[in-house]
Design a protein around this ligand. Structure first.
Ligand SMILES: [Zn+2]
Length: 431
């Protein structure tokens, strides 16, 4: 499964509170200027592992705030931080009862696993409450912006819904490129280290030297609430609490704090360890890693506009069959069952109801496109076909596009019509 983080908030204006922008904001004096100094110090402290500096401006009498900030600090210090900085471009100030509410304050947080075009990175938004104490500014509260409160706060920038906000995390780095992260429900995180490393090697071999992210972060949980809350996955129309995993695609943040709509800057994976059909979540890890490794080469979703979901999910399912005959047989059986039930209509499943009631058949059917390509011209051809398809938006009848005809001829040496016929026969015969 994949989800585009940020899409959920894109374009939603939300009711904005009555706010005033401080007049001297642009000239950089007054509260905004002092606040920016504090934020600069917090960013540097987070980068340098200086907890004292990170907490320095906070109101130490607010136990909950201090506990929260200590947790976030301890969590983030377990990753490799490539960049931390704060953006206050779209910040508004609202004085009330001797305090000022200021937000959104966007923290750009780039892990060494992340990469975006032009060095863009994902961000997360906060609303600060501050009190001026003579020359000093004291931060009395920091509110992470989530799906739950964003409307009330009137914030439309990136959400602060990563697991490091809500849980005490354990992070294990595997090799140079993989970070496994567990909450308190996962006491056996190391068990998955070997699996993740093996599966990444397999997926990387498949993908070759095509465009990918420098690293991959996998969050594991056995906690139903976390599976739902992390990256706000539970708010998506596609969310299924029994799903085994999600790959979340994060957008990059512009200089003004708003998200770029057409660029991904990072990928996160969430694995639900409660509902694994297999004794080991090997195939879930491989499936989500396939999404993650290939995500950077995928065109960005924009509303209903995006690459074919049957190709993205189908290829991840196809990857599960590589060197795994039992898994391949299971998936073939799902194709056959769907055909018997009259679900096959001669075309790949549509984007609209892909995750609907025929979800298992849809995954398997998508996978069969690449199984056939492999049978015709080998595994590299199947991968190349996928790499070319995901650069294009889904037209609803992708197989009839002239561009698909070109792909078939280039990669498989046959026309799209010929491929379509072969595929229909392949599917009807149980793939
Ligand atoms: Zn998937």
């Amino acid at each position: 499964m994949l989800l585009a983080g940020g899409l959920l908030v894109a374009g939603c204006g939300g009711p904005r509170r009555p706010t005033i922008q401080s007049e001297d904001y642009d000239s950089g004096s007054g509260l905004a200027k002092k606040l920016r100094k504090i934020l600069e110090r917090r960013a540097a402290a987070l980068k340098n592992g200086d907890e004292k500096g990170y907490l320095a401006a906070l109101d130490m009498s607010n136990d909950e705030l201090i506990r929260y900030e200590k947790r976030v600090f301890a969590n983030l210090r377990q990753f490799e931080l490539a960049d931390v900085r704060y953006i206050t471009e779209s910040m508004f100030e609202q004085p009330k009862d001797g305090e000022v509410t200021a937000g959104p304050i966007v923290r750009v947080l780039k892990l060494t696993a992340d990469a975006g075009p032009g060095d863009i990175a994902p961000g997360e938004s906060f609303v600060y409450r501050v009190r001026e104490d003579g020359d000093k500014v004291v931060v009395t509260d920091i509110i992470p912006v989530t799906m739950e409160n964003r409307e009330e706060l009137g914030v439309t920038t990136s959400l602060a819904d990563a697991p490091w906000h809500t849980d005490e995390l354990t992070v294990v780095q595997v090799g140079k490129k993989v970070w496994l992260v567990g909450d308190e429900s996962v006491t056996d995180l190391k068990r998955y280290a070997d699996v993740a490393e093996q599966e990444l090697r397999l997926v990387e071999r498949l993908w070759g030297d095509r465009l990918t992210y420098p690293g991959h972060v996998l969050f594991f949980t056995r906690d139903r609430d976390n599976f739902k809350e992390w990256f706000s996955t539970g708010y998506s129309d596609n969310f299924n609490p029994r799903n085994q995993g999600y790959q979340v695609r994060l957008r990059g943040v512009q200089k003004n704090g708003l998200e770029y709509q057409n660029e991904y800057a990072a990928s996160r994976i969430v694995v639900n360890l409660l509902d694994q059909q297999h004794s080991s979540p090997r195939f879930t890890i491989r499936h989500e890693l396939t999404h993650a490794v290939t995500a950077r080469a995928t065109m960005t979703d924009y509303g209903d506009w995006g690459p074919p979901i049957w190709a993205i999910e189908g290829f991840a399912r196809y990857a599960e069959t590589v060197g795994a005959p039992t898994r391949a047989a299971e998936i073939r059986a799902q194709v056959a069952a769907g055909v018997r039930a009259g679900r096959f209509r001669g075309a790949p499943p549509s984007r609209k109801d892909f995750y609907g009631e025929d979800i298992h058949f849809n995954y398997a059917l998508g996978s069969s496109v690449f199984s056939l390509a492999e049978r015709l011209k080998g595994r590299d051809a199947a991968v190349e076909l996928y790499a070319r398809i995901i650069e294009r938006p889904d037209s609803g009848s992708f197989f009839d596009l002239p561009i698909f005809d070109g792909m078939c001829k280039d990669i498989l040496g046959i026309s799209a019509d010929a491929f379509k016929r072969r595929w229909a026969g392949f599917v009807r015969n149980g793939a």
